[in-house]
Write a protein that binds this ligand. Sequence first.
Ligand SMILES: N[C@@H](CCC(=O)N[C@@H](CS)C(=O)NCC(=O)O)C(=O)O
Length: 323
Amino acid sequence: MRRASSVLLFRTLAAARGGSAASIPVSNRFLQSTLYGTTAGSSPIRRRWFSSILATAAGTSLAVGGALIAASSISEGALAKEPPPPHTLPKDVVLYQYEACPFCNKVKAFLDYYDIPYKVVEVNPLSKKEIKWSEYQKVPIVMIDGEQLNDSSAIIDKLGERILSKKKTDSTSEDDEETKWRKWVDNHLVHVLSPNIYRNTSEALESFDYITSNGNFSFMEKISVKYAGAAAMYFVSKKLKKKYNITDERASLYEAAETWVDALNGREFLGGSKPNFADLAVFGVLRPIRYLRSGKDMVEHTRIGEWYTRMERVVGEPSRIKA
Ligand SMILES: N[C@@H](CCC(=O)N[C@@H](CS)C(=O)NCC(=O)O)C(=O)O
């Protein structure tokens, strides 16, 4: 799949720069990494090459479709956040992230809800220079009082254990409801998002506008990544549709949203009167897309809106420490 996507991406970029497709191995690492990606590391040479291709491809004139309303929280007065007992709070939390990465947003939803202050280091997905020191080359990475934690679910588990002690560690059974839906987020929901936000050229551009406006890119990278990335991801998302057996991307998104509302079964949150880790996971991965075209459509065409608004209110303002 990755190979096929790379070929498609390469053709797209080669066409965009008016060049030939002759034997240049393009990695779609950046594209995968920008949203939902799981890629093997690529060499610095390939990365530099890819950056330069993106810069060249920026010369293509694609129409910019749709302005993004930033995915900000609507805070209609804090409902009940659950700040942990102060003595359990870590002193220093640093999150290495891509602003639009769903896994990173899952961690942020958790930190925000539990009111754990954190600093953010925005990683440049092309150079990844901010995480050069780490063997693990994906985001999110969290440093908690100097200890490195990798992988969104592992980070949340570890922090949950620490701040909620018994409460969460008790429910580790594979088939408990919370665990089941957290897995559903990682194994299903995230895969539905990508084909939706890159569904057509205007939505792909809207998404990359969000990614480049919120990510860590140089001025030149911003321009080139926006257009070349949008064009390439449009094609990659077609491949992802096949891989995950998605025929109608919007229908899959609506179905996922409805499935989630069914799981709530009339409860305010999956966790009852308060969100549990599954609520936070669903909310976290949806947050970057909520005010994109696909997120608006999802809220308009499904019953998820009320729960989403409750989540926005209960999660409230980010506990992120502004630098
Ligand atoms: N299972 C991991 C997946 C993390 C992941 O795939 N992150 C992407 C960004 S959304 C990434 O860093 N991809 C590798 C890359 O950028 O090369 C988690 O839940 O944290």
